[in-house]
Design a protein around this ligand. Structure first.
Ligand code: NCD
Ligand code: ZN
Length: 332
């Protein structure tokens, strides 16, 4: 059995910088035709000079690959002139509430302060991507943030808002409440629950933000993905950390999935008899939502075993050392 995917997109990726970028960026740029590059570097990508330097570094790391990096800026209060200068170089601006995840210390502290820039973005047609968690109890952070999404969507009805890496049934239900609200979902949140992270021996390689939730949350996410809900896009949130930052006290949040995401998604969609919807989930929906036209690339996947490496350099992937039922046969 095989399936051909046309220009698959990963709408949420962390490439980092330097050696880490040179290691991981090609692992996405091979199988994917494009992706949304997150700006949570140290310091964050929050000005044009930094954005251009980051883009140049990335172009060098993926030279020769047919891959369109959709860049993002880290949300802060930007002037109209800054937004005008950035508009053609970015797909959107990513808002992090301060302190909720890796390198988000410079994020937004009070939503009221963000309003002027949000209004400018709305007028100028610049999409907003959001890490939607409060600083409350870890299992409730996303659900508690829904009221903030509600405010944002109502106050800025023309602002395109993407709820990044949703993990709950509440978020899936919220998707249908406003026409200007969209979402990404990761691979791990379609296949694991908190039990896989911490129900037995602790698995640091499955620890990420937002944390995986309850079985009913996974079911709702899975149903939305398998049915290719038109407002839902695949975004791996592939987030590499060196092994010693994961297998340690004070484990960093992030699951590394880029190189195995497409085979594992094919396996998942086949198991649920939904392979026909995979193209929309990994590309068509994102193209329609953002109006992007990625480079042509055909990835042929086949039902034959793929042994996931135990590590890529110093980064341990999800399913390290395990065998998946599907593999990539060719990329053209
Ligand atoms: C991401 C990272 O490592 O940059 N970590 C994660 O657990 N998802 C940040 C993020 O997207 O929250
Ligand atoms: Zn992320």
């Amino acid at each position: 059995m095989t399936i051909s995917l046309h220009s698959p997109l990963d709408m949420h990726i962390h490439f980092r910088e330097g050696d880490m970028m040179r290691l991981v960026a090609p692992l996405s740029a091979g199988p994917f035709a494009g992706g949304v590059i997150m700006p949570n570097l140290v310091p964050p990508v929050d000005n044009i000079a930094r954005l251009e330097a980051y883009r140049a570094e990335l172009d060098e790391a993926i030279a020769g690959e047919s891959f369109e990096p959709y860049m993002t800026l880290f949300f802060r209060n930007y002037s109209e002139a800054e937004l005008a200068a950035a508009k053609d170089k970015i797909l959107g601006i990513k808002l992090y509430p301060a302190g909720v995840t890796t390198n988000s210390e410079d994020g937004v502290r009070a939503l009221e302060e963000a309003a002027p820039t949000l209004s400018l973005m709305e007028e100028m047609g610049i999409p907003l991507m959001v890490h939607g968690e409060t600083d409350g109890f870890v299992m409730d952070r996303e659900r508690d943030f829904i009221s903030t999404y509600d405010l944002l969507a109502r106050r800025h009805p023309k602002l395109r808002i993407t709820m990044e890496h949703i993990t709950t049934r509440d978020a899936v239900e919220f998707l249908d409440r406003y026409p200007n609200v969209f979402a990404t979902v990761t691979l791990q949140h379609l296949v694991i629950t908190l039990d896989d992270v911490a129900g037995g021996l602790l698995n640091p390689h499955l620890f990420c933000k937002p944390i995986a939730k309850r079985p009913e949350d996974r079911e709702a996410l899975l149903h939305a993905a398998l049915s290719a809900h038109p407002k839902l896009m695949f975004g791996s949130d592939s987030a590499p950390h060196p092994r010693n930052r994961k297998e340690s006290a004070g484990c960093a949040a992030g699951v590394f999935t880029a190189p195995l995401a497409l085979p594992r998604l094919a396996m998942l969609f086949e198991q649920h008899d939904a392979l026909g919807n995979l193209q929309a989930f990994v590309s068509g929906n994102a193209q329609a939502i953002y109006g992007v036209r990625p480079p042509a690339k055909t990835v042929e996947l086949e039902k034959s075993p793929f042994e996931v490496p135990s590590s890529y350099g110093d980064v341990v992937p999800m399913y390290a050392g395990q065998t998946l039922d599907w593999s990539i046969r060719s990329i053209a």
